[in-house]
Design a protein around this ligand. Sequence first.
Ligand SMILES: CC(C)(COP(=O)(O)OP(=O)(O)OC[C@H]1O[C@@H](n2cnc3c(N)ncnc32)[C@H](O)[C@@H]1OP(=O)(O)O)[C@@H](O)C(=O)NCCC(=O)NCCS
Length: 165
Amino acid sequence: MEEIKITKARAIDIKKIIEIEELSYKDPWPREVFMIDYVFNRSAQYFVARVDNKICAFTGLWIEMDKFHIVNIAVHPDYRKRGIATYFMNFIIDYAKEKRAKEIHLEVRKSNTIAQNLYKKLGFEILEELKKYYQDREDGYRMTKIIETKKRRENDNIGNRDFLR
Ligand SMILES: CC(C)(COP(=O)(O)OP(=O)(O)OC[C@H]1O[C@@H](n2cnc3c(N)ncnc32)[C@H](O)[C@@H]1OP(=O)(O)O)[C@@H](O)C(=O)NCCC(=O)NCCS
């Protein structure tokens, strides 16, 4: 597989992020929203993925306490179906584990089966249906991945033993 390099997005990368956003969605975030989120939202973190030194994907996360929210992930159309989103999502999952997050969640349009396939493959489950969630009134799903750490599993087992006694 080709080498994919993921780094925190710098202000200079925002232009490319917006370009990928506009190529990826019929209702892209307005440019100013990206700028405001990147500059002022203290819980927001943006990352970019590069192949051959070119930015080909980005993700935007909102991190609040022990919850990771994937607000956005998009791959440039020329780079899709090459495993880049899978690699990026695994990076986010590892990062969430490193930060001791308990869960990662995201929203996805009901019609976006491509993204749903990606998330399901990585252990995300539909826990909630979001009626008329999007501006055009399309329904969505909230998908969640619970992060299992070794310590948490051990604690859970202790809890179960107590319950059985
Ligand atoms: C969704 C998206 C990020 C996937 O990126 P990608 O780099 O092409 O994804 P990958 O190559 O890693 O593929 C991952 C999985 O997604 C699914 N997938 C990808 N392309 C697909 C397609 N054309 N049809 C069906 N499933 C597809 C498959 O399950 C695939 O796993 P597999 O290769 O083992 O079958 C990309 O299509 C995109 O940017 N779409 C527009 C923005 C968007 O919808 N973002 C998500 C918002 S919730």
